[in-house]
Design a protein around this ligand. Structure first.
Ligand SMILES: Cc1cc2nc3c(=O)[nH]c(=O)nc-3n(C[C@H](O)[C@H](O)[C@H](O)COP(=O)(O)OP(=O)(O)OC[C@H]3O[C@@H](n4cnc5c(N)ncnc54)[C@H](O)[C@@H]3O)c2cc1C
Length: 430
């Protein structure tokens, strides 16, 4: 092990400790941001306005990962495990949504290229042992000179909303002490271009989703993992999405998140009919929903601000179009909806960070509302810009294309409603 790996692992251990200490502190919910949060927000906003916005159209057209922009983010300390650890460590839980809102205000495609790694990180952080966290989270990001991204691979061609339908298998080969993975993953953000892939696979099909586990599959070490077709998308086009194939892919025993011993104990409990801690994909999605909601908010705010400025400039019938109630009232509702969604996102982020249980599926509520608001607000923004809104000369059509995914990934709008309705009724709604 090189000395740089040792120091990075030690630093990662220190970050894990700092986050754990912060988690032990309780923070009361408050809308009043601290000076540190305001400074961080303004710093991220500066990067979004000066670096991301000017690059947004180009990378949307190119449909490629904007490595130079990620590099810029890494250079100023905005992309990297240290930054994410700092955002996570805030005991109020508000820093992460604030950062996401600003980045996605800058541009959602580039924002996802920068933050997409976070889903794999959330899985490792949520399910990994201390040692795995220390080793693998830094490897998700690489170094400033050798940047990496990471992928979280749960969905499959026949397992989207229904994560229990995952067909990828992980079998333990006692002879070699390795896991052998086989299957096809679909829609993976950063799939195939990452080093670290967190792959959800079934260890025991008979146990359904409770027989799933999460595995670290590093492209640089494992044979039998490859990228399938890259997906050409409606929006978020600067973010890479692709299928990932696992073909007799062998990884060491210790690459299952949480460790093999713990997995064996959990599976034994499930086989005895005892309760287990839910499923590997759902745990990751549950934790990340408010953050995803904050991303949608950033797009909504960008669309609203653009439409407001435009309406105050554009004249028809001898007056500014904003002077018509039809336009002004729409803008008023756009602003109100964005603020309402932000309150839900911040509440859920605070609850998640302070381990207040989501008894009424508050995480799902925040993501559902923010996604719907982003789609509605960006569509209204197109309307306010008229013909200009429909062209690629103006950014609102891109905002709208980018917004739509927030009704779909990390649980569709229908699935969020299912989760909320089950939580409030205590019944199995289907
Ligand atoms: C850009 C992009 C990036 C993505 N990134 C990732 C990633 O990094 N990792 C990953 O694992 N996955 C990723 N996904 C996959 C994403 O999470 C799935 O697309 C999503 O979960 C929906 O699954 P599906 O597409 O198979 O739709 P389906 O599950 O087939 O759903 C189709 C429609 O049926 C509805 N429906 C399904 N079941 C029900 C029900 N019980 N009640 C009511 N309505 C229902 C859905 O709401 C939807 O409207 C990504 C997808 C996209 C498009």
């Amino acid at each position: 092990m090189s000395s740089s790996t040792v120091s990075s692992t030690e630093a990662a251990d220190a970050a894990v400790e700092a986050i754990s200490n912060a988690a032990a502190q309780e923070a009361t919910f408050s809308l009043a941001l601290t000076q540190d949060q305001k400074d961080l927000r303004d710093w991220v906003h500066g990067f979004a306005a000066d670096v991301m916005r000017p690059a947004a159209h180009e990378w949307d057209e190119k449909e490629k990962t904007p490595w130079p922009v990620i590099q810029e983010a890494a250079k100023i300390g905005l992309y990297g495990w240290e930054a994410l650890a700092q955002f996570f460590a805030d005991p109020t839980g508000l820093t992460l949504p604030i950062v996401n809102e600003e980045l996605f205000w800058g541009d959602a495609g580039i924002g996802m290229a920068i933050m997409g790694t976070g889903l794999a990180v959330a899985a490792i952080f949520g399910q990994g042992s201390g040692e795995q966290i220390g080793e693998w989270i830094p490897r998700c990001f690489g170094t400033e000179d050798d940047l990496k991204v990471a992928a979280f691979c749960s969905s499959e061609p026949n397992a989207g909303s229904d994560v229990s339908a995952v067909r990828t298998t992980a079998k333990f080969d006692e002879a070699t002490g390795e896991w052998v993975l086989n299957g096809q993953k679909a829609w993976a953000t950063n799939g195939g271009i990452s080093d670290v892939h967190v792959v959800i696979a079934s260890v025991d099909r008979e146990l359904g989703s409770r027989g799933h586990a999460a595995f670290i599959v590093p492209m640089s070490e494992a044979k039998g993992i490859s990228q399938g077709a890259k997906v050409s998308k409606h929006g978020l086009r600067a973010s890479h999405t692709a299928d990932v194939y696992l073909d007799d892919c062998r990884i060491p025993a210790g690459y299952v998140l949480g460790g093999k011993e713990k997995l064996d104990e959990r599976l034994a409990r499930v086989r005895e009919g005892k309760k287990s801690k839910g499923n590997a994909s759902m745990a990751t999605f549950e934790a990340s929903r408010p953050t995803v909601g904050a991303q949608a908010l950033g797009i909504a705010r960008a669309a609203y601000e653009y439409a407001l400025d435009y309406a105050k400039e554009r004249e028809q019938f001898g007056k500014k179009i904003v002077e018509n109630q039809a336009i002004a009232f729409t803008l008023a509702r756009m602003k109100m909806e964005i603020d309402a969604a932000r309150l839900l996102v911040w509440r859920a982020s605070w609850m998640g960070r302070n381990q207040v249980p989501f008894e009424n599926a508050e995480g799902s509520m925040s993501k559902l509302k923010a996604g719907e608001v982003a789609v509605w607000v960006s569509e209204r923004a197109i309307q306010i810009l008229g013909g200009n809104g429909y062209t690629r000369e103006f950014p609102v059509e891109r905002f709208h294309r980018d917004a739509k995914i927030y009704d779909i990934f990390e649980g569709t709008a229908e699935i969020q409603q299912l989760v909320i309705s089950r939580a409030i009724s205590g019944m199995h709604i289907s």
